[in-house]
Ligand binder design. Sequence first.
Ligand code: RIB
Ligand code: CA
Length: 312
Amino acid sequence: MKKIIIDCDPGIDDSLAIMLALQSPEVEVVGITIVAGNAPSKMGFENAKKVLNFLGRLDVPVYVGADKPRVRDYVNALDTHGSDGLGESFLPVVEGQSIPSKSAVDFLKETLRKGNVSVVALGPLTNLAQLIDEDLDAFLAIERLVSMGGNFRSHGNCSPVAEYNYWEDPDSAKVVYNTLYENGRMIEMVGLDVTRKIVLTPNILEDIKKANPKVGDFIEKITWFYFKFHWEWEHIRGCVINDPLAVAQFIDPGILKGIEAYTDVETGGISLGQTVVDSMGFYRKTSNALVYTDVDVDAFWDMFLNRILSLY
Ligand code: RIB
Ligand code: CA
């Protein structure tokens, strides 16, 4: 089993990613760290607990991190994820689950220093940039860093060129990508180029409900708002579930294919939050990112459905 920390901003698709990870025998989720993003960090903590409670996995510790981006003002995505950050499912807050005194970054430090732990980042990279500030060695001890974020040739979802996680906190994304470059390390960028191909459609949801009514009901509760948002804004019948693809790639590195390239993040101006992927080597800099461009969609759904349907 590979040990992972999921750094996330639950969030509807973050929740589906947590479900996939905890239903996968290849990974051991040693902890979940919350970052402000889709939802404010306290709401994200509560939502993570709601998902863990549904899964019967309240044993997985959850720590709270940054409540705002490194430099910019905080901009949530509750318009997409609903006023409760979980698709306006309004699931009850899980009793007796108080926020630990230990911060997300302290948990990251102590856990990563033990070695052989990877990070699957599903939200803005604020916690990871703070980790770099406070303990570079712990950050460099990350075995694999997989981030749902950014975009290469695909258009943005927060601006013509920027994806939400890196648009919400471009300064932290830049710190992470630059630090990886300076230390000869790589990030696996699971961006919109590939995640846009992972669409939970009404048909797939119906199949899930028939095959496992309890799981189907839960997923329907937390995604109906997301379906509505996608129809209104992108005229998609269904919803793009970005984050589970990052978990799937961690589990099966064959699901995605891509290119190695030097990548940087714009932190100002009209293209704020854009990942600038130097696929042609103009800057003559060594690669710091594996930028995914192609996805085996069937392989993703095989993995996702088989694992979540085996719940209960
Ligand atoms: O742009 C999509 C990403 O931003 C996903 O991780 C979603 O959960 C939000 O965090
Ligand atoms: Ca997310």
